[in-house]
Design a protein around this ligand. Sequence first.
Ligand code: URA
Length: 210
Amino acid sequence: MSTKPKPGPTTADQAGNTLPALRKAAAHCRDCPLWEHATQTVFGEGPAAARIMLVGEQPGDQEDTAGKPFVGPAGRLLDRALTDAGISREHVYVTNAVKHFKFELRGKRRLHKTPAQAELAACLEWLDREIEIVAPELIVALGATASRAVTGRATPIGANRGRLIEHAPGVSLLITVHPSFLLRVPPEDKEQEYGKFVADLKLVVPSAKG
Ligand code: URA
């Protein structure tokens, strides 16, 4: 899977072999500075036996407050697209490449800031362990940060979406856009882009049904 940022056992390696143990250890992670201003670690959520794992970038404002991934506007769009693709969110494991919210203050508003490469690298220990424990047969990387985290390199989305890629023995990868991209596209393109996103998600339906 992805490259470990530092030699020797990571905090995540020492945390135990279950998702609850990992979640508990991640709550105290200080391996990069992002914990300082975030409310809490937002760990992944979903069944440990899920066949599909969705990976986003990092929690947003609402996720930071709720302590749950994808519960804000991008999450609601993701839920709608999953439903339209015929996938139940309850059956998938949903997580992020970076587990703390990175933001800049604009007045009282906390505006999303893309995580730096060093923050992504520091946080990979958690995603790597989640992938090991859940052992999904299919990973969906939502957006550029997630695909970099999963593949270990910059992977253009346009050239790679729309098909399943062999990621590791027995593990396929779908690279697609991040739902927040769909919130930002011009109104005249929204329907078409949403349709492309749902079409990408439909590729994972065979794994969702088992
Ligand atoms: N965007 C993400 O990448 N993850 C979330 O959990 C919410 C918004």
